[in-house]
Design a protein around this ligand. Structure first.
Ligand code: PEP
Ligand code: MN
Length: 350
């Protein structure tokens, strides 16, 4: 349930009401929006009477029931406002939000010493704000390259220092979370771990923002319930990343990139949206058109795999763009980005 307060409600009144709800065994959560303050009520609210709540204070404007199973992730929970996920990077805070410019995240699938700083500098010059790269890789085969682990985290830290980019990297196992969070500005939970509930609780209990990829066979509701785990554990900063789902045809594309999630999520949740056309298609030649479409459809962010020599990549070479192709893609994206009013010109081009 959410309790919408009138503009100008004194903070003592908000505290008094929160205390009251607390006494009822509920968890009241104060959400300060751009226009209004809302108290979100989590707990057993089925038997609560909206009218009875309304009578608690003349400052209460409206009491609404959130009918969906995901509460904190629902759009209603923030009274219809999108949330801003602010991520600090060496060059200041970057905002992922419906009301901010599109944030581009780029880099290799797996981190390797010989190329990571060079890749970081190239994607930065093209306008990316974050370097992505895996140190711990979820691989279908136990015999496939598993990532360079801790040594790759050091390489990411070096690339961060050299480029000023924020870092996004995946956590597969909670035992690695602390050392990953020391380097990462955003911690990624991959598609294969989307329903690893104990991992979700752990990333929810730490402070770094979380990038939650959609499971390859997950429904939108399952995905939002996974986000709910992170939010319920206390971390409000979750970005949802669509990376393609399994459908009946895998012959020509690795996955089916579900761009329809953009308007659907927009109506269901306040959380920012990222689209990953690299894993979504699995083929470098298909990535640009899907990236352009994602911006036209209103994504808040893009994740693109880039490698200086895709043929030599340790993983996901076939879907990785070269830095030159990424440069051109950023120019192309700028055209659509400007048309939808969501593009910040790259400093190199101003
Ligand atoms: C990745 O981002 O490199 C990755 C493994 O992604 P996903 O979990 O979407 O497969
Ligand atoms: Mn990859």
């Amino acid at each position: 349930m959410i309790v919408v307060l009138k503009a100008g409600t004194p903070s003592e009144e908000v505290d008094r009401l929160s205390g009251e709800f607390d006494g009822w065994g509920l968890t009241p959560e104060k959400i300060t929006g751009k226009h209004k303050t809302v108290i979100g009520l989590v707990g057993d609210t089925v038997d609560l009477d909206a009218l009875q709540i309304q009578e608690l204070s003349p400052w209460i404007e409206q009491v609404l029931r959130v009918e969906k199973p995901f509460k904190r992730a629902s759009r209603e929970y923030r009274n219809g406002e999108a949330s801003d996920v602010l991520v600090s990077t060496p060059e200041g805070a970057v905002t992922f939000s419906q009301s901010a410019p599109v944030v581009v995240v780029a880099g290799p699938c797996s981190v390797k010493r010989a190329m990571i700083v060079e890749t970081a500098l190239r994607v930065k010059a093209a306008g990316a704000k974050f370097l992505r790269g895996g140190a711990y890789k979820p691989r279908t085969s136990p015999y496939a390259f598993q990532g360079h682990g801790e040594s790759a985290l050091e390489l990411l830290a070096a690339a961060r220092a050299a480029s000023g980019l924020g870092i996004i990297t995946e956590v597969m196992d909670a035992v690695d979370l602390e050392k990953i969070a020391e380097v990462a500005d955003v911690v990624q939970v991959g598609a294969r771990n989307m329903q690893n509930f104990s991992l979700l609780k752990r990333v929810g209990a730490q402070e770094k923002p979380v990038l939650l990829k959609r499971g390859m066979s997950a429904t939108i509701e399952e995905w939002l319930m996974a986000a709910e785990y992170v939010l319920a554990a206390g971390n409000p900063n979750v970005i949802l990343c669509e990376r393609g789902i399994r459908t009946f045809d895998r012959q020509y594309a690795r996955n089916t990139l579900d761009l329809s999630v953009i308007p659907v999520l927009r109506s269901l949740t306040h959380l920012p949206i990222m689209i990953d056309p690299s894993h979504g298609t699995g083929r470098a030649e298909y990535v640009p058109s899907m990236a352009l479409a994602a911006i036209a459809a209103g994504t808040d962010s893009l994740m693109i795999e880039v490698h200086p020599n895709p043929a030599k990549a340790l993983s996901d070479g076939p879907q990785s763009l070269t830095p030159d192709r990424f440069d051109r893609l950023m120019q192309e994206l700028g055209v659509i980005g400007k048309a939808v009013g969501r593009w910040e010109p790259s400093p190199a081009l101003v």
